[in-house]
Design a protein around this ligand. Structure first.
Ligand code: LLP
Length: 421
């Protein structure tokens, strides 16, 4: 459920009219709902009630500081994957002891920044990384708490570009080698091994792969304990999917997911962390855009929007479906038309949807993409020299621009001329 509903014939974000924001900010822009963000966070938090746990929002999904602070104030931790994300989380006021650091390529500099600024744990993904982490910790005279990410060789049954838990994927250490790697880690004086980490992929719409992976983690916990390791924390990753087709998709709920966690690892007495990103932010955000032209082709009509693949790359990159709806509610009796919905960027891949049935639209109509809150603004680029679009946060009847649209001068003046030109 989200808080974007039609009211008196027009789309609202909570108690704010989308058209009113568009008049004030211009299009295109992203808009997020505070109530939806918090609702989704609390669903996860409640799903783990009764267990010692921390929901670490995977901030790669949507990393504006206003979103981080909204969630942080509600008690969320953060899962970060780069120095930039770490610094952004800190800037948003998230304490270091609620930040976990994931990612397969942490550099010594990134590790130093996190060890100096405070960190809950590193999720280590390889032996070379372990060696660097150990060296930096010793150099700083501190002990780095770590989990080791294991690759459970489970098929997440999701899009190949976002599946991470098969042995052919680049993530984690093979679970078959875990005992040896943990034994080695225990000899390194700069590290304290506290747990196990796993993350098998994103946009999972079936709980079975989670169940398989977490069962393997539970078995490994027992094995490692028998080997003498103190395993007190399990980071179970993120990945729970969201309905992108609102009319006919109903992926598992966080409560069902929580039940799987309790069933598979609940008996171990470990502190549990999860790293949801998409389910918290995805349906808490819309991309609002305006129709520039409707153009007739040989055998189809093109709806040309002022948003493009540089603003929302998911359809081009993953063939992702986003529901696309008009901001002014269509009359119930109106007959739909079929459009190819495209952006102005000069490549055919800049197509959001083909043969999509929509109420008839005209130039200047406002259009909303649903499910755009996660992996939308964060994956945007300035391709075609199109400035990054603004982000807006709504909270009940208030809205605020949380990242403004840069001017063309700001964008252009970031280039510098070499002396010889
Ligand atoms: N933890 C780790 C270690 C991850 O790699 C990810 C996502 C998450 C947590 C959060 O997963 P989520 O709950 O959001 O599914 N750009 C793609 C998604 C990439 C996901 C990458 N890792 C998309 O737009 O679908």
């Amino acid at each position: 459920m989200d808080h974007f509903l039609y009211r008196d014939g027009a789309l609202y974000a909570e108690d704010v009219s989308i058209s009113e924001i568009a008049d004030s900010v211009g299009t295109p822009f992203y808009v997020y709902s505070t109530a939806t963000l918090l609702r989704h966070f609390r669903l996860f938090d409640d799903a783990l009630e009764g267990m010692d746990h921390l929901v670490c929002y995977a901030m790669k999904a949507a990393s504006n500081q206003a979103i981080l602070k909204t969630l942080g104030d509600a008690g969320a931790g953060m899962d970060v994957v780069s120095q930039g994300e770490y610094l952004r989380a800190k800037a948003a006021g998230i304490p270091g002891n609620r930040i976990v650091f994931s990612g397969i390529g942490k550099t010594a500099e990134e590790i130093r920044t996190a060890l100096t600024g405070g960190i809950r744990q590193f999720n280590v993904e390889s032996e070379p990384e372990m060696a660097v982490l150990n060296a930096v910790a010793l150099e700083l005279g501190v002990i780095a708490p770590i989990t080791i990410r294991v690759n459970p060789d489970v098929d997440a049954r999701t899009h190949a570009k976002i599946a991470t838990g098969k042995s052919e994927n680049k993530f984690g250490i093979p679970i078959s080698r875990a005992r040896a790697v943990y034994a080695h880690a225990a000899t390194l004086k700069g590290l304290k091994v506290i747990g196990i980490d796993v993350h098998i992929g994103s946009q999972l719409t079936d709980l079975t792969p989670f169940e398989q992976a977490y069962t393997k983690v539970a078995e490994l916990t027992e094995t490692l304990r028998n080997d003498g390791h103190e395993i007190t924390r399990l980071d179970l990753g993120g990945g729970l999917g969201i309905p992108y087709v609102h009319s006919n998709q109903a992926p598992p709920l966080p409560a069902d997911y929580g039940a799987v966690i309790k069933r598979t690892v609940g008996h171990l007495g470990c502190e549990v962390e999860i790293e949801p990103g998409r389910l918290i932010a995805g349906n808490a955000g819309l991309l609002i855009t305006k129709v520039i032209y409707v153009k007739s082709g040989e055998d189809r009509e093109f709806m040309i929007l002022d948003a493009a693949m540089n603003d929302l790359i998911r359809p081009a990159m993953y063939d992702a479906h986003h529901d696309i709806i008009p901001v002014i509610e269509p009359a119930a009796a109106i007959l739909p038309r079929t459009y190819d919905i495209v952006g102005p960027v000069c490549e055919t891949g800049d197509t959001f949807a083909r043969e999509r049935a929509m109420p008839p639209v005209a130039a200047d109509d406002l259009i909303a993409f649903r499910g755009a809150g996660a992996y939308g603004a964060v994956m945007a680029s300035e391709y075609n020299s199109r400035p990054l679009i603004p982000e807006v946060l709504v909270n009940e009847d208030q809205f605020a621009v949380i990242r403004r649209r840069p001017t063309y001068e700001e964008m252009i003046n970031r280039d510098t001329m070499p002396a010889w030109l």
